[in-house]
Design a protein around this ligand. Structure first.
Ligand SMILES: NC(=O)c1ccc[n+]([C@@H]2O[C@H](COP(=O)([O-])OP(=O)(O)OC[C@H]3O[C@@H](n4cnc5c(N)ncnc54)[C@H](OP(=O)(O)O)[C@@H]3O)[C@@H](O)[C@H]2O)c1
Length: 208
């Protein structure tokens, strides 16, 4: 089982790749630039150069599932939100379906189901996540949608909650990486959606 990681060079992507490669998971990291390769090659991780705004179909060769953790980030405008977070995700789903991959694991966002409830500045991003999730749900590929809260760089506690609660809306990127590791190995989980916050349950118990 080979996992294509889209957004592998991101903060979650790298943490997931590191954990997964240490756990013996076979990976292909999709990255945008050749100067990003050494970090992956030092860890024995296969890489492929691909850009969600270009042609990236070759990245899928020989892969069985996708982890999509790419994002345009907070320093670009709504044009990139549309092209990367929405249309890039849609094109990745289409390629996964076309190639007959087994599963698609999407990193979405907490409350993406209600974009108008987000602060005004975040609404285009939430609308992109909402539409990408809807597209994935209606596609033919078995999937898991993970909806993390506001990301932090706190150390991974490996204790989470999969129910949005009043106490907080944060989750560490490390906990998201551990959650992705669990989901990438829990092959029986299909067509499921989980919120993800820091909490007090083990990842295996929270993401059943
Ligand atoms: N920020 C939050 O509070 C929050 C909350 C919930 C969910 N999320 C989601 O969490 C995910 C990742 O978070 P993060 O902190 O790891 O973000 P990050 O560090 O900004 O990583 C994003 C990754 O996406 C890649 N990327 C950007 N444009 C691309 C393109 N055109 N083609 C291919 N790859 C591209 C970036 O590549 P480079 O490394 O080359 O730049 C980077 O590796 C995103 O899906 C985000 O929407 C964020």
């Amino acid at each position: 089982m080979k996992t294509l990681v889209i957004g592998a060079n991101g903060q979650i992507g790298r943490q997931f790749c590191e954990l997964a490669s240490r756990g013996g998971v076979s990976l292909r990291a999709m990255i945008r630039h050749s100067d990003q390769q050494p970090w992956f090659h030092e860890r024995g991780i296969d890489t492929v150069i691909g850009d969600l705004e270009g042609d990236f179909h070759q990245a899928f060769n020989g892969c069985d599932q996708v982890v999509f953790s790419a994002g345009s980030g907070p320093h670009t405008g709504p044009d990139k939100t549309l092209l990367i977070d929405l249309y890039g995700a849609i094109r990745a789903v289409d390629l996964a379906v076309e190639r007959g991959l087994e599963r698609f694991l999407m990193v979405s966002a907490l409350r993406a189901s209600d974009p108008m409830a987000a602060p005004v500045k975040l609404r285009p991003y939430m609308a992109a996540k909402f539409a990408a999730d809807a597209y994935l749900r209606s596609s033919r590929i078995p999937h898991v949608i993970l909806k993390p809260g506001k990301l932090t760089d706190a150390p991974a506690s490996r204790l989470v909650s999969a129910a949005a609660h009043a106490d907080g809306i944060e989750v560490s990127r490390g906990n998201v990486a551990y959650a992705l590791l669990h989901l990438s190995q829990a092959r029986m989980l299909k067509n499921r959606e989980f919120d993800l916050l820091d909490g007090d349950s083990s990842i295996a118990m929270a993401l059943l």
